[in-house]
Design a protein around this ligand. Sequence first.
Ligand code: ZN
Length: 83
Amino acid sequence: MANDTYEGISHVVKVSTDVIKGCEECSAVFGSTSDIIADSINHYIDEHGYKLLHVGQETTDDHAGKPWHTTVAVLGKHGWSVA
Ligand SMILES: [Zn+2]
């Protein structure tokens, strides 16, 4: 993926409203508040030095075939440590 935004990014995490999971870097668990996306983004940025690469909407079909809108955020971390 030759995109300047991703230059030097060695690890990418994706968070979304329909997947409640913990932090990939530590034992923190998201989902205790109604704003999982914001919690996740803030956590990765503040605690682990990630950079927000993308926030958007994704549409998938639910089990009944109806469109289901989810918010997704993609964060990336450089291969070197960032302050
Ligand atoms: Zn963490």
